[in-house]
Ligand binder design. Sequence first.
Ligand code: NAP
Length: 444
Amino acid sequence: MPIRVAIIGSGPAGFYTASALLKTCPNCEIDIIERLPTPYGLIRGGVAPDHQTTKKIANKYEQTALMERVRFYGNVEVGRDVSLTEMREMYDAVVLAVGARSDRRLSIPGADKLGVYGSAAFVGWYNGHPDFQNLNPYLDTPSVAVIGNGNVAIDCARVLMRSAYGRARTDLPDPVTEAIDRSPINEVHVLGRRGPADAAFTNVELRELGLLTQAAPRVRAEQMPSDIDAALAGYEKREHRVRQRNLTTLADYAERPPGDKPKALHLEFYASPVEILGDGRAEAIRCERTRVIDGRAEGTGTFFEIPCGLVISAIGYRAEPLDGAPFDDARGIIPNTSGRIEAGLYAVGWIKRGPVGVISTNRPDGEQAARHIQDDNPPEGDPSKTGHQCLEALLHERGRRWVCFDEWKRIDEMEKTAAEDGAPRRKFISVDEMLSALDNDNSE
Ligand code: NAP
């Protein structure tokens, strides 16, 4: 009897788990369950559309998905179509790789005004994620504020500031490209509540801002630290290195003459948002000037306003609880010991350790979960757990149409065929569109 493993979520954490299990657990069969008809989680729906090289990691995941012992069930949501309790009855082990799909809440007055969006929604919108295609963000403004100093803040700013030529070679959905083309946005203010040394950007992403053809990054020289060692004193070696590089890049931006690029991307530090102003809709953001004491931002009592008709809050993500699993609300994760929630139930990726780290950070999570599954199970699986046989019967009974990996490959092919002008693909942006395209394809 094989050991039946279900991995819930098909992003990097899910795929690294599948790949590790294939290596360490020769007697396991793996079913990957995904809420959308399309696999790869944040690779498809989070990594920026102009970072196509990063998205190529999906080719590796595809090799895993094509292995004989792996099956894909897209368009199946655990919690809607099948419960976690039912999944655990059907499988020897269930791995939660569901990520962190909500925004950390921006708790300031005015955060609920029109024109204020969380980055989960905004990034989902420009990446063609079906959940966010009705967002229609207000882009009819010359000035935008992006709150946060992480890579997501940079992604949002860069996508808005990229030239039409640069955008054409991405897989931004047509309605998104058209909305950005029409928009008069000519300045973006990226707001960090702490200083340049404390920004969470990685250096490649920060340097990329200097290569934009239509927008110039602007940094105020007076905000750069005069004593770099003191500014970096609290950071351990690896962090220290990245931040030192960032300071070099930011110092370069601060010294650059204004030049003649028509748009400006302001990196504004020591700026803690305190209120979004406007009559129903965002018109400006009010910030308090800060100083950094012992690594923390402290208000100085001086306030200033930046006019902006669009505010994107990119202050980090948050996981949602899943019925049938415990949840640590304060930390926004499922409590676990090195990825083990309890025998038979495991967590990997952002739901395990919070929304930090890059794609490869998920690899050790997958390896760890695979080791736990190996240790927690006898060499043979439980004969009463029939895995996909039971799952398919249950989905049939409930009238749920799932999408297998071959069908995803057809969606993939259709998207690539529909692309024009050097774009890598033209995404389907609704689940219904994907399912009807598959059904029409079947009937031909
Ligand atoms: P992040 O790196 O954790 O950055 C969050 C930012 O929000 C920090 O600058 C934080 O400032 C700020 N913040 C938090 N609460 C705030 C508040 N109340 N007011 C003002 N600012 C606030 O999160 P992220 O940008 O969402 O990225 C998530 C992870 O994905 C990161 O590990 C990131 O590197 C990764 N990612 C990587 C790439 C890439 O490699 N290209 C692209 C996208 C995302 P403090 O530091 O002061 O708390």
